[in-house]
Design a protein around this ligand. Structure first.
Ligand SMILES: Nc1nc2c(ncn2[C@@H]2O[C@H](COP(=O)(O)OP(=O)(O)O)[C@@H](O)[C@H]2O)c(=O)[nH]1
Ligand SMILES: [Mg+2]
Length: 368
């Protein structure tokens, strides 16, 4: 088992850099009256209140774009703007759009229109404002915030949703959210809001930026990582098309290295993570791969023992890559939750990227 780890590290870093350059930031318009819970919603979806950590201070009323320094996400906030005069709202959005019409990177990609369950009302100006957003071709979702203040059956959300669907039919989706993390996980629609958002961003690079930045749905990240893994498995199958001896398993490592950088990217561990941490992740990851001596990992592939002469054929090469990809997703999930808990440091990275963890997850894939 022998591969040039300096070479691999370079490949790995180059891929991360190319991916970083391809990112186009997502612009999300978040509308709602002061106090409905916009900041809380942003906080729970992105792990930070982008509008409050930004250094830009709104000087006039209207729409302000806040750029997160650590995520590929911009929030356009209607904070402080009077929504109750639909004409003013419309002309303010019009001004914003007119001064930002140039390219895909300046457009408003999606809008979250927040209405509080505590207020329990959808007012005529809300309907007008939503209608206006749709007329501008901005995909708009209505988010009922503070849903913990609803009845256990969600009666308020139901009746407010009906007002929206009576008016807009299937053109506007509604979701419930709360700053209560447990409730969000169990009963509310945060992950669906995030999926809706991803589905409604048409530009691929903008969409990836959103998937990377959001922290509310690991499933959405995983779904996108799966496409990467399947493509890598297909390349690996080509390598094994004319079976190679087990001692040449290292031939698969470059494919798996590129796959891994793409997975880290989707999980948001490429953009916004400090260079020091990223270097550490890269080093640890490649060390882990080397230590596990790829050949050893093959024992996790179902049926490998029965392959005559222990050669790596197309099926083995692809299953091996699939299970390694799966394990990388699981390890990345651990990194993301450490990051959310504010404890993504050297020790934690070292404790996540271990041979044991890798083997456990590869084993898990084989059993699924
Ligand atoms: N009960 C409850 N209170 C919330 C929720 N979201 C926000 N709040 C509270 O509502 C107030 C306004 O929230 P904030 O996110 O700052 O609203 P914003 O002005 O729209 O950005 C704060 O006191 C929050 O703690 C929620 O889901 N449930
Ligand atoms: Mg706010």
């Amino acid at each position: 088992m022998d591969f040039n780890s300096e070479d691999l590290k370079k490949k790995f870093e180059k891929e991360l850099e190319d991916l970083r350059k391809s990112v186009k930031r997502t612009n999300i318009l978040v509308v709602g009256q002061t106090g409905v819970g916009k900041s809380s919603l942003i906080n729970i979806i992105f792990g930070q209140d982008i509008a409050s950590v930004s250094h830009t201070k709104p000087e006039t009323r209207g729409f302000h774009k806040y750029a997160s320094p650590s995520l590929p996400i911009n929030i356009i906030d209607s904070e402080g703007y009077e929504l109750d005069v639909a004409e003013k709202f419309n002309s303010s959005i019009n001004d914003y759009i007119d001064s930002n019409f140039s390219g895909v990177e300046d457009q408003i990609h999606i809008a979250w229109y927040c209405i509080s369950i505590s207020g329990a009302r959808v007012l005529p100006f809300d309907l007008k404002n939503i209608e206006f957003l749709l007329s501008k071709n901005i995909p708009t979702a209505v988010v009922f915030t503070q849903a913990d203040n609803d009845t256990p059956q969600g009666d308020t959300a139901k009746s407010l949703s009906k007002i929206i669907s009576d008016k807009f039919g299937s053109k506007v989706s509604t979701f419930q959210a709360s700053n209560d993390a447990e409730l969000n996980k169990k009963e509310l629609d945060l992950d669906k809001l995030v999926e809706w958002s991803s589905d409604n961003i048409s530009d691929e690079n903008v969409r990836i930026a959103f998937i990377m930045g959001q922290k509310a749905s690991m499933k959405l990240k995983f779904k996108n990582a799966q496409k990467i893994i399947i493509a890598a498995a297909a390349s690996a199958a080509l390598v094994g098309a004319s079976p190679i001896p087990m001692s040449d398993a290292a031939l698969l490592v470059p494919i798996q290295t590129i796959m891994t950088s793409k997975i880290l990217h989707v999980y948001g561990l490429n953009v916004g993570v400090s260079t020091v941490l990223k270097n550490l992740i890269g080093t640890q990851l490649l060390t882990m791969l080397a230590k596990s001596a790829v050949g050893n990992l093959l024992k996790f592939i179902p049926g490998f023992g029965s392959v005559v002469g222990g050669a790596i054929n197309a099926a083995v090469a692809s299953t091996f890559t699939l299970s390694l990809g799966y394990a990388m997703c699981k390890l990345s999930e651990k990194l993301v939750s450490a990051e959310l808990d504010g404890i993504l440091n050297e020790d934690v990275i070292n404790s996540i990227f271990t041979k044991e963890n890798l083997e456990t997850f590869m084993n898990q894939y084989g059993k699924e």
